[in-house]
Design a protein around this ligand. Sequence first.
Ligand code: ADP
Ligand code: ZN
Length: 775
Amino acid sequence: PGAWFGADRVPPRAAAGPYAGIVVNRPIDQVLTYRCGPRVAAAIRPGQRVRVPLGKGNRLAVGYCVGVEDAPPEGLDPGRLKEVAEVLDPAPLIDSRMLELTRWMAEYYVCSWGQALDSAVPAGVRNQAGTRVGTFLLVPEETRQALKDQTLKPRLSPKQAAAMETLCRATGPLTISDVCRRAKCTAAPILALRRQGLIHSVKRRVGLGEAFGADEGDGESDLPDLARPPGPPGGVGPAKARLTLTPEQDAVMAALRPALAGDGFAPFLIHGVTGSGKTEVYLSAIEQVVARGREAIVLVPEISLTPQTIRRFRRRFDRVAVLHSHLSDVERHRHWQSIAEGEVQVVVGARSAIFAPARRLGLIVIDEEHESTFKQETVPRYHARDVAVKRAQLERVPVLLGSATPALETWRNADRGRYVKLAMASRVEGRPMPAVDVIDLRREKKFTGGLSESLREAVHRAVDDGGQVILLLNRRGYHTFVICPHCGDVVKCHACDVAMTHHKGRRLLLCHTCDAERPCPPACPSCGKPGLHYGGIGTERLEKEVIGAFPDRVVRRMDSDTMRRPGSHEEVLAAFKAGDVQILLGTQMIAKGLDFPNVTLVGVVNADTALHLPDFRAAERTFQLVAQVAGRTGRGDKPGRVLVQTYCPDAPAIVHAVRHDYEGFVAVELPEREGHGTPPFHRIVRVIARGPEESVVAKYMERLGVELRGAAEPSVRILGPAPAPILKIRNLYRFHLQARCPTARPLQVLLRDVPGRVPAPGGVELAIDVDPTSM
Ligand code: ADP
Ligand code: ZN
């Protein structure tokens, strides 16, 4: 596809051309070449969308123009090329650097360029949400002049004069009905003005920034974060929010400063323990680039997009755009436009904010870079951290990856000198790391409902002393399984190969994979005998237990069952912050990013939930979760304490998390990874096929496996195929195989080439996942 790239120039008016390179959002590998007629040639630019005839039927499809050239690529007969039917966007949606970034994504993640582009440009931008095409009235200059000269006024009826005045005063385009409403007249005087040629009407698309006449009540809130007028160019918000940096923060800033002031790619890993003040470092770094008139993009996990984080950014900068997944299309479009027009200093957002159209990018920050939510699980299956590093490289700006528990891939990149490692080993203001103790569940006698005797006592002590408590249990529901004591079968989802979870409050069994529900069966669905046994502990059961044990304390549960309503998240956190809630329990939702100084105890109810998953990252995930949740305590003046309940106190992930010893964990884990040939030593591409017939999927994968083995370079190892860890989801059977290699390139080449030669049978879908984060 390279031939097309980077053609930013205006196409000349050649008789036979020009020729446009077009990509579409289909799994089509190539850039398609189309001829441009004169009308299209005058309008088309790379980065615009077009409509083109596609395939034998010549059905019109929407595509992106990725280049315009005077001559067609070599070997193509210009006479046989189809023509671009229509240019859709008045101006390019993305610039040449974003074209290059998405092209890299397509190559790296083995998808089509069109698919990568569609993920980079939000739907709200593509469908121009919030804008409308209407017939608008314009007052030509002659009319305005005549009004000034007082030659026109006497000739107008009072109604016409009122309509004219409304039109002349309006700050944006008005429709006939807008004028009727404002001037309190009917359409007749307006039409009369038009007949006399005193006003014109034009068809235009308007919206977003443009004043919308009297068109009130479209239901869209004004975005509060952009409501303030833009400050002076490059202006930085009030300095009052700035803290005096600690010596460690100072040292990190000193290391960053040359890069922030420079014009080159510079990747950094900031390895700072929880509470070491990483966010303060990000803010200072952003200040430096904003002061140069540049923009910053800050990626945070969706879960951290709390009012607390947002407030911290808003206090420091005047113009902050926040992109989270709950934005409407209109809001997203509006943000996109403001960012593209340079009205925003800082973009804070989840994964897809990495595509924010900042034109004078100066810095990218990825907070909690180890988080798996940065990985997109649909095509293109990109990892926002890795796309961020690539974007920083293309735009020649610094990129900061921050974490207390860096992904091992990142750690190794730093070890190999690809990233500069900067450490922050202690908490601000000399606060100690919390003391962590393990509760060995194998030795606990009175262990019911999730709370061991020791944990129960510790909670008592903490709340009696006026502290607050966080209890983490990474499983929702009441009972986590239902089993038949006679035949031993576990009650599974009808559509998935997954045990159902008992949600007692709703009196049903729920599949956490496909959300299917069924009533609690009176007898075993397999053998028909009554007396099913309900077991396992989820957050709903833990909540009941805790309320029972602490009847005069306020307990709140935070998981995706209780947090369905928009805003409920904020509400609970605000109540917790205000001290109205003493015990907050929940899933990983409460493990991350929260900064509440009065939390003196964190209890990890079951540290083993992730430890036994069939995933080579199981230990890493367990370490991260325990270390992160431990980081929620001891953030104020009172010291914090952490209790970790586990059946595996000797697992290295738990041993090292307890000691806050990331490097110790890495020293054990890395050799394991190397021995198993998994990342960060080997790259993995996972290939998953799914379809309604188990044997068809299995057979297809066998064939694909043979073909891949035949075509693979010697450095590539193919594992499988095998049934996926969850064989059936939503009635589709899944088989997978892995290709591994010390470098990614041979894998990407192999997987771009081979599957096309082994077309999947009807009903079978193939997915290619480069650098998978879940197995
Ligand atoms: P991290 O992101 O590393 O977990 P934060 O940036 O959230 O750490 O800082 C932890 C706490 O310490 C916050 O309450 C923050 O306001 C405070 N803090 C950070 N830097 C300083 C500083 N230089 N002086 C005083 N307090 C600080
Ligand atoms: Zn299911």
